[in-house]
Design a protein around this ligand. Structure first.
Ligand code: 5HY
Length: 243
């Protein structure tokens, strides 16, 4: 099977890191195609960034349908454009936040999330509520690490993420840690060894969920709100979407 893993920000080094984590998690026979969004912000750290990341990731899905991929992963912890993306395809589309939160609920009674900047905490809180896991999520915490600091080997981002996760274990009574950024995909194994608890990277979790759905021949329902978009005219920069 061929899974397209989309980095909705435009930082190619982060796409490479996300692709590596996805390939590490993928089963033999699964090909991972890691794609960087063709348009949008270099990092997604606000509602504004998130909204402007969506057209680019939807364009990757539209092209992916021509390529004939078997499934998609949206590798940004805000799960931007997830439902719109599901409208565009009959294949499974999994967001890394939903994947990580659901996996965490299978292996711990309570988990905490460690994300990047404190201003993004509310985005993850909204998702936990939307996914119906807010009662299992003790707290969404921020390591106050900017997304692109995760790309800088000289930054002490690992230590800051680790120390915030340690606080989550002590203060929240969390049994597992969910990493709140696609750019943290490479930290999960080290952190889990350092902390002695399960640490969930959403990229790996999402790849495994897509594989499971494809193997079960389960795709996105095309009945109801996730049916293909209705044909209509679009103007301006979206005129090419008219059909
Ligand atoms: C992410 N931003 O996973 C989110 C993390 C965040 O560019 N990739 C980003 O801070 O919400």
């Amino acid at each position: 099977m061929r899974i397209c893993v989309i980095n909705p920000n435009t930082t190619t080094s982060m796409t490479d890191k996300i692709g590596e984590a996805a390939r590490h998690a993928a089963s033999q026979g699964t090909e991972i195609i890691a794609c960087t969004s063709p348009s949008g912000p270099e990092s997604i750290e606000s509602h504004f960034d998130e909204s402007l990341s969506v057209p680019g990731l939807l364009e990757v899905i539209r092209q992916g349908e021509i390529e004939g991929y078997d499934g998609y992963v949206i590798a940004c912890f805000g799960d931007p454009g997830l439902l719109a993306a599901r409208e565009l395809t009959g294949k499974p589309v999994i967001g890394i936040a939903e994947a990580a939160m659901r996996m965490a609920s299978l292996i711990s009674t309570h988990f905490s999330v460690v994300t990047t900047l404190s201003r993004t905490i509310v985005i993850a809180e909204h998702l936990a509520r939307q996914y119906g896991v807010e009662h299992l999520c003790r707290r969404i915490r921020a390591a106050d690490v900017a997304v692109l600091e995760l790309e800088d080997p000289a930054s002490d981002s690992y230590r800051r993420v680790r120390d915030e996760a340690k606080r989550a274990l002590v203060e929240d009574g969390a049994g597992a840690i969910v990493l709140g950024c696609g750019g943290m995909a490479d930290l999960a194994r080290c952190l889990s060894e350092d902390l002695g608890v399960p640490v969930i990277d959403g990229v790996s979790a999402a790849v495994k969920l897509v594989e499971a759905l494809v193997e079960l021949k389960l795709g996105t329902s095309k009945v109801g709100d996730l049916a293909y978009p209705l044909p209509k005219r679009f103007t301006g920069q979206f005129a090419h979407l008219s059909h």
